[in-house]
Design a protein around this ligand. Sequence first.
Ligand code: BDR
Ligand code: CA
Length: 342
Amino acid sequence: AVVPADPPCCAMPHDHPKKPHDHSKKQKFLIDVDCGTDDAQAIMMALAAPAVKVLAITCVAGNTSLDNVCKNVLRVLKVCDRNEIPVYRGADTPILGIRIHASDFHGKDGLGDVPDPTAPGIENIQKEHAVDMMIKLANKHEGKLTLIATGPLTNLALALRMDPTFPKKLKDLYIMGGNMESRGNTTACGEFNFVADPEAAFMVLNDFTCPIYIATWEHTCRSKLSWDWYDQWVNMGTEKATFIKNIYAKSMQYSRSEKEVKEMVSGAGFVSCDSYAMAAAIDKSTLTSSIETVVTVELNGKFTRGMMVLDLIDELKRTNKAFVMNGCDMEKFKVLMENSVK
Ligand code: BDR
Ligand code: CA
């Protein structure tokens, strides 16, 4: 399917090297995260993009507890010297069901268990609830706000219930989550973000009417980077690269293991899942191909609860379709990854 193009000012990272950016023309980003290692990486990618203004970061429990998620975001902002960006606490449990986490992969603290004693404290989190702020920002920047969601979709589903007009006020929505060929990483058929809150994923995919772009588990796995590239990247010697190297050390040990390579879609290599959704939001031309289709989420299956379903035969008779990502320009993606740690 042809992916609609952004206006030129959004697609170009630089107008002119010496010309300061016209802030009114920047893409306005609201980022919703369950800050594990790849969320951290995705945030850093957005912060490094010259044509992007990050208005706020909202937190949801997922990879780790909500408190850890909040602290992790503050830590990422500190490393990037961007403490002025406001961070909000959102939902700490899914809509229904039990909370799961991914500490086996991301570490108990969600960032590889390499604590920074000088990290900012939780008192730096804004007082207002994340969902209130999401609704406020969508009203304030109606038609101009890009929402990037790289955790369970609980905050988005709550925003929808609190204000049913919320989705149509967004410019677009980029999600990392779900799967396109029933391949899972948390259950046999389920990807983590959707399995962590299937009801929320169902509500968002069924009821959001803005353009939706989805980086599925399979898409991210098929767009891997080589371990040689990874080793050079984390050894660039900058403070940000060293931060990434440290927080990723634990999870990459696992990713390089034989067990993980067997379980993964399409073999060995480095995958920073959330960064694919972020890259497409920053520069849509990183997305080379997508499947435009109605999507939903299985809620009842014994083995398939949380699995994303592609309605390619129009069984659901719904009009709001999503772009399921299916091809990444790896050269452009690498540049965004490299810029994020410079
Ligand atoms: C997703 O789940 C989380 O562990 C990652 O942060 C990513 O958002 C991958 O399935
Ligand atoms: Ca995530």
